[in-house]
Write a protein that binds this ligand. Structure first.
Ligand SMILES: NC(=O)c1ccc[n+]([C@@H]2O[C@H](COP(=O)([O-])OP(=O)(O)OC[C@H]3O[C@@H](n4cnc5c(N)ncnc54)[C@H](O)[C@@H]3O)[C@@H](O)[C@H]2O)c1
Length: 383
């Protein structure tokens, strides 16, 4: 392998996603031959104690408690945003203006308008950029993309996606602050629409093309919760559940549903596509399998096949162990870094770029608008 260039990473946020990203930056060169070697140069979070502990655990060379200082540092090449949604736009715009590469967690912004400012900033600066919609890089989902693109399903009639959780059912759960910022609309932007459905929409746009129009309903089951930062009982502004019908530009029909009130379900992301010749089904709880049905099979043996996505000719799998041995959730982030670095070497952006992720926010905006108007809403990006 030719000499690798170093890529100094400045990570912002050391919660759930800070851990998945750090793991990915540390592991990528052990498994993928890519032209760059990420260096864990600095991590930033507001609490000095917390960020120091995180840096020690993961091997970051230095810490910051103000992201502006991190961006001002000349030694940092890439700003990686793994902080709550209300921080994304300001950090990404400042990072792009400082000429840094930017990777950002999803959703890109709290609204399409906020995301559009971020797209304009990275495109004006000409800096490589990517959004961490990691489910595209589950090997079984990537294989689904290959099967659709090869035309194996034929004309697509239906797309069906769900993302079900059950962790906010208790009315005693407060909103706001560490970990619970997702329940505070001012920070999160929306509830499950921007959080869970955004994943489903990103995958859907990638697999099945643009969405033309939507009609939606949302509900907030618990109307008031104590706010962690003020101690006061405050109205809840997020959607607890969201469901919508959609018509894709290719004429197929879709249903999407997300909730944090589906007792018994922890992170049940499922998707199904029904085409003229074949169907596929995927389930995050069984992420290394792709269910495939092909009507062209001989009648007596025709049926759903559970493809075990562990063989060397499956996407990404030749980089891992031996056929039959599966990988998991954390590997999707490693794949994402590998593709980003490969994109740098080729000078071709790895998807989803900020612009790709804006398309998802156009759909989530339309979903929330439809829930308010009780009308079908066109999605601007695909009109
Ligand atoms: N790709 C995925 O599957 C996935 C999963 C979970 C979360 N996310 C996204 O990742 C982002 C972070 O979510 P999380 O679950 O890691 O949150 P978290 O609450 O676990 O961690 C957030 C971190 O950001 C830090 N932070 C908050 N404000 C900051 C500021 N102003 N400056 C510096 N640091 C700050 C906090 O101290 C904390 O370390 C969100 O945008 C979320 O939507 C994506």
């Amino acid at each position: 392998m030719s000499a690798q260039k170093t890529l100094n990473v400045g990570l912002i946020g050391c919660g759930f996603m800070g851990r998945t990203h750090s793991n990915a930056f540390r592991q990528v060169n052990q498994f993928f031959d890519v032209g760059h070697r990420p260096v864990l140069a600095a991590v930033c979070a507001r609490s000095a104690d917390a960020v120091r502990g995180f840096a020690d655990r993961w091997g970051y060379a230095s810490t910051e408690t103000d992201w502006r200082r991190l961006i001002a540092r000349r030694d940092i090449d890439l700003i990686d945003i793994a902080s709550p949604n209300d921080t994304h736009a300001e950090i990404a715009v400042a990072a792009a203006e400082a000429g840094k590469m930017v990777m950002c967690e999803k959703p890109l912004g709290r609204s399409a308008a906020e995301s559009a400012r971020m797209v304009a900033a990275v495109e004006k600066a000409g800096v490589p950029n990517m959004v961490w919609y990691n489910y595209r890089r589950v090997p079984a989902v990537t294989l689904a993309k290959h099967l659709v693109d090869e035309g194996r399903l034929g004309r697509i009639f239906h797309y069906r996606a769900k993302f079900l959780q059950d962790w906010t059912i208790s009315k005693d759960l407060p909103q706001g602050g560490a970990g619970l910022w997702r329940l505070d609309a001012a920070v999160a932007g929306s509830g499950v629409t921007g959080d869970l459905l955004a994943h489903c929409i990103d995958t859907a746009l990638w697999l099945n093309g643009g969405i033309a129009e939507v009609t939606a309903m949302t509900e907030t089951f618990i109307k008031e919760r104590m706010h962690t930062l003020t101690g006061k009982i405050t109205p809840v502004g997020i959607d607890d559940a969201s469901a919508f019908l959609a018509r894709f530009a290719n004429g197929s029909l879709a249903t999407f549903e997300a909730t944090r009130y589906a007792r018994g379900h922890k992170a049940l992301y499922t998707l199904e596509i029904n085409g003229e010749h074949a169907s596929i089904f995927w389930d995050l709880h069984d992420l290394h399998r792709l269910q495939y049905f092909d009507h062209r099979d001989e009648g007596q043996v025709r049926g759903w096949r559970a493809l075990h996505i562990t063989d060397g000719d499956h996407p990404y799998m030749k980089h891992w162990w031996v056929p039959g041995l599966q990988i998991g959730y954390e590997h999707t982030f490693i794949h994402q870094v590998a593709d980003f670095l490969e994109g740098l070497a080729k000078g071709a952006p790895a998807a989803p770029t900020f612009r790709d992720a804006l398309a998802t926010d156009e759909v989530t905006d339309a979903v929330l608008a439809s829930a308010r108007s009780r009308q079908w809403e066109r999605v601007p990006a695909s009109v």
